[in-house]
Design a protein around this ligand. Structure first.
Ligand SMILES: [Fe+2]
Ligand SMILES: [Fe+2]
Length: 269
């Protein structure tokens, strides 16, 4: 089997419509407005289903990304790995294999939750941002960009949706999100632990990976809608992030990034 595949090579049936990160962010407003495959205008109800669709395809790519990380790199200390700087500890691969199983379960939960919300598979575009971050040639950058940035975002989103489900007295939404949230805290913690372990003697590599994490985080500020303010539509789940190995100053940085985005959006031009 070939190592390091391209996002355009992901196996999908003809229900799926793929869009790259470059295309998605090249003219974000246009893609947002046309986010429905049939071109019809989206309303408030569509937005919740579009978010659910984004979560569903994110779960597929999280499964694919963790699987690639199991396979793409040699095991440190094994014959053939030699002095390969990209070799990883076997226990890291075991954690990624465990993550695959969790993500496969999340795919199934997401399909059922999508049914519950009236979402059709393929109704909206599939952005390949998560898998693109999971294609990085350095496994440490994958941990930073996927496990810490994007799955950190999943913690915030799932926690917000769980609270929304509770407020709407929708136990299906509330408990599905709660179960997935528990797994995501574990996945982010794996990212935090392995990123620090693998780079403990190479602080420069660690700093570059954390910079990559910041870039990915910056792509998903939702124009300041993710934050700690009471009216943030996606609340920053500080408690769960800290359980997952974020320091409080790292959470402060994300909160500040969001405040700045919000201020820019509100500033008249
Ligand atoms: Fe997941
Ligand atoms: Fe995950």
């Amino acid at each position: 089997m070939r190592r390091h595949i391209d996002p355009s090579e992901l196996a999908r049936d003809d229900r799926f419509n793929r869009v790259s990160t470059e295309m998605r962010f090249s003219d974000q407003r246009q893609v947002e407005q046309n986010n429905r495959i049939d071109g019809s205008a989206i309303d408030v109800h569509d937005r919740a289903r579009r978010l659910m669709h984004g979560i569903f395809v994110g779960e597929i790519q999280a499964l694919e990304g963790a699987g690639r990380t199991c396979f793409d790199f040699p095991v440190a200390g094994e014959n053939g790995a030699g002095a390969d700087p990209m070799a990883v500890p076997f226990a890291l691969k075991l954690d990624m294999a465990r993550q695959c199983w969790d993500e496969a379960r999340h795919c199934e939960i997401s399909v059922k939750l999508g049914d519950h919300m009236g979402m059709d598979i393929g109704e909206f575009f599939e952005s390949t941002t998560l898998f693109e971050a999971a294609c990085h040639a350095d496994p440490v950058f994958r941990l930073a960009g996927v496990n810490r940035a994007l799955e950190g975002l999943a913690i915030d989103v799932f926690n917000s949706m769980k609270e929304f489900g509770a407020a709407m007295t929708d136990p299906v939404l509330e408990f599905c999100e709660d179960w997935m949230l528990a797994d995501e805290v574990t996945h982010v913690k794996m990212g935090s632990t392995w990123l620090r372990e693998v780079t403990k003697t190479d602080k420069e590599r660690q700093a570059r990976a954390l910079e990559f994490q910041k870039v990915v985080d910056g792509l998903f500020n939702f124009r300041g809608q993710r934050g700690e303010d009471a009216d943030s539509s996606i609340r920053l789940a500080r408690k769960f992030r800290e359980m997952a190995g974020f320091t409080s100053s790292e959470v402060d940085v994300i909160a500040e990034m969001s405040r700045q985005s919000r201020a820019e959006v509100l500033t008249p031009v």
